[in-house]
Design a protein around this ligand. Structure first.
Ligand SMILES: C[S@@+](CC[C@H](N)C(=O)[O-])C[C@H]1O[C@@H](n2cnc3c(N)ncnc32)[C@H](O)[C@@H]1O
Length: 227
């Protein structure tokens, strides 16, 4: 929780890159390798990417091979970058928290974005996503900042370094004033969101971002069998 709320719409309005930790191809390759492990289906027929951004990871994730790929994002500048690289891609300018269609997807994938969604709208987001899933679909919400590791992120100890007390306190204090990382989730919050929509949720630690986790949600087996 920080004092000054960031207007994310405004923040992403003119951005042309996802501002990942590193912006070089070798980082993206390792990151994509990690994220691919979160998808059980190597060859899904359909995938909805929520907050797709500028498509930096698109082909590295193999999304260019998927028959039906739709990306949504609310930033025109990010989407324009995406289309510049992949003119054939289908992307829509939409707010993820309101998005819903009649279509159903094998995978719904959302990387490094849930933390920007208004916290109060996350319930609605999960509710809508569930309606666009098939019994065996996965909803992957990847790269979420993990609250129990927030202090260690600011002290740099998650990176195996020891920053001096003043510098880490300053960094932590700044995040209380205005946190450009977005919301830091607890496990319990995510479990609670999943429970409300009757999802099974599993967590996986991130290799490239030691202070983040990936959450993978699915419809429980007993429910999918009865469908
Ligand atoms: C860190 S970037 C990640 C982009 C992409 N998922 C990736 O991993 O490269 C976050 C993206 O989320 C988008 N975003 C944030 N909140 C959104 C919302 N409520 N609806 C749609 N897009 C949103 C931003 O425009 C931005 O492109």
């Amino acid at each position: 929780m920080s004092i000054k709320k960031i207007n994310w719409d405004k923040f992403w309005k003119d951005k042309i890159s996802p501002l990942h930790h590193s912006e070089n191809i070798s980082f993206y390759k390792i990151y994509a390798k990690e994220l691919r492990l979160l998808m059980n289906d190597e060859n899904p027929n359909s995938l909805l990417e929520i907050a797709c951004g500028s498509g930096e990871l698109f082909s590295l994730l193999g999304f260019d091979k998927i028959k039906k790929y739709i990306g949504i994002d609310f930033s025109d500048s990010m989407l324009n970058q995406f289309i510049k690289k992949y003119p054939e891609v289908t992307v829509l300018r939409k707010d993820a928290c309101q998005y819903i269609t009649q279509e159903r997807y094998d995978i719904i994938f959302c990387n490094a974005a849930l933390q920007c969604f208004p916290f109060k709208k996350i319930n609605l987001f999960f509710k809508n996503m569930r309606k666009m899933m098939k019994p065996h679909s996965l909803l992957t919400c990847a790269s979420l900042p993990l609250k129990p590791l927030k202090k260690s992120y600011h002290s740099l100890s998650v990176y195996g370094k020891k920053q001096n007390f003043l510098a880490s306190s300053y960094s932590l204090l700044n995040s209380f004033l205005c946190d450009t990382m977005g919301h830091w989730f607890t496990f319990d919050e995510l479990i609670e969101f999943a429970k409300k929509e009757n999802f099974e949720i599993t967590f996986h630690g991130s290799f490239v971002y030691p202070y983040r986790i990936h959450a993978v949600l699915k419809i429980p087996n007993n429910e999918s069998k009865s469908n």
